[in-house]
Design a protein around this ligand. Structure first.
Ligand code: UD1
Ligand code: UDP
Length: 379
């Protein structure tokens, strides 16, 4: 039922890149259940149908009220376009609160714009740290968490990171993982057969996703990575729904269709998770995919020197590997098989994070005193 005290409130969600969409959908649904007026601004950081539109359809996200169409560019160019576009829309819409997600450039720009305009903000997926400032996302995380008024944390390690950086405890709420809400809601719809049929993924196969600048931007790194993936493709068929970033560089380094290796366009949300659900192994450098494989119980090898999501290693199926280690680690993971019983899943990754976040936001909008959830857990 609509709370009359919320009637004058208006929440604006800023979304722009593929991983934002599954994080936001459960929060949007939760706020709708509580009768909070809201709108989505799409920055246009990602713009291909398969990187954006398909997620709105698969996740049932409402149409954005605006698409800023900022597109691609260097970090400075893209962030500058984001800042200018977002300032205009925030001034026009006059939101009570702006909600930002994850660690992409759209998130950083939105938090900066709002901080300068004095508009309150909430950050969903706060507190993650790789402690690797060569990753653009790490810079975005640190700045976003320093400026957000409400911080929603996915795993307990985030609480200590934020405390160490001096974020006041009463801003911080441990709520679990809203991206996992989307996954759990999608589970009944995940049918591997149609996407397997379409791609010719029969029998035992692996799925690989690769897009981190550290892996795909420099020719030497791309070559090392491709050689490692070829080492996996000698063991079982590998399907690679390839992110547009680094596509050409990886192709130059030999990541092209050949026996055992299929390069395909990025997949829609439901198709991708269906393909992963039916797979024997995932090789990735994605953040979100480390979490999703943890819940699906599919062995995951993350080709990165670090992860901001260590809980996927301690409570999940994830292992960090170097490219040189990948083929042997794949052989071992295939021999060991899927192992994660659901009771070992990270705390609060239970499909209820969206409504937890919505309740905290609604209480904040009503002006209620919020108990610092970092001392406990947001109900
Ligand atoms: C961005 C995020 C990264 C996230 C990834 C998820 C930042 C700094 N990085 O990286 O954290 O893991 O999204 O997918 O925000 N391109 C297209 N079509 C599109 C979008 C991009 O072709 O719809 C190509 C363009 O050549 C572009 C390149 O991909 O230059 C990179 O896009 P960009 O949004 O700048 O960064 P991502 O690598 O996608
Ligand atoms: N994903 C998808 N299709 C693909 C690859 C990934 O739907 O071809 C989904 C994946 O299930 C997860 C999200 O995209 O929900 C992760 O985004 P990405 O790997 O681009 O970004 P990161 O998590 O690394 O920031």
């Amino acid at each position: 039922m609509r709370d009359p005290r919320l009637q004058d409130s208006y929440v604006l969600h800023v979304l722009g890149a593929r991983p934002n969409f599954p994080k936001a959908a459960p929060v949007v649904t939760g706020l709708a259940e509580l009768g909070v007026r809201q709108g989505i601004v799409h920055t246009g950081q990602h713009y291909d149908v398969l990187m954006s539109d398909v997620f709105f359809a698969d996740l049932g996200l409402p149409e954005p009220i605006a698409n800023l169409g900022v597109g691609s560019g260097s970090h400075a160019q893209q962030t500058a376009a984001l800042l200018a576009g977002l300032e205009e829309v925030v001034l026009r819409e006059k939101p009570s609160l702006v909600v930002v997600y994850g660690d992409v450039n759209s998130t950083l720009a939105a938090i900066l714009v709002c901080a300068k305009l004095g508009v309150p903000t909430a950050h969903v997926e706060a507190g993650l740290r790789s402690f690797d400032r060569s990753m653009p996302e790490e810079i975005n995380r640190i700045v976003t968490d320093a400026l957000a008024d409400l911080l929603f944390v996915t795993s307990p390690d985030g609480l200590s990171h934020l405390a160490r950086e001096g974020v006041p405890a009463d801003r911080v709420h441990l709520v679990g993982n809203s991206m996992i809400d989307s996954l759990l809601a999608a589970l009944p719809k995940l049918d591997p057969a149609p996407v397997q049929e379409r791609l010719g993924a029969f029998g035992r196969y692996a799925v690989a996703t690769l897009h981190r600048p550290g892996n795909v931007d420099a020719p030497e790194a791309a070559k090392e990575l491709v050689d490692a993936v070829l080492g996996v493709a000698e063991q079982l068929p590998v399907f690679v729904p390839l992110h547009p970033r680094g596509r050409q560089r990886l192709a130059d380094a030999g990541l092209v269709d050949r026996p055992g290796l299929s390069i395909v366009d990025p997949l829609g949300y439901l198709d991708f998770l269906s393909l992963v659900r039916g797979s024997a192994l995932v090789v990735t450098d994605s953040g979100g995919v480390q979490e999703e494989t943890t819940v699906l119980g599919v062995p995951c090898l993350t080709v990165r020197p670090n992860t901001e999501r260590p809980i996927t290693v301690t409570h999940g199926t994830n292992r960090l590997v170097t490219p040189a280690q990948l083929p042997a680690a794949a052989a071992k993971a295939l021999a060991d098989g899927a192992t994660t019983p659901s009771e070992e899943l990270p705390p609060l990754w239970d499909g209820k994070s969206g409504i937890r976040i919505a309740r905290v936001i609604a209480a904040w909008l009503r002006g209620d005193n919020l108990a610092p959830a970092s001392r406990g857990i947001a109900g």
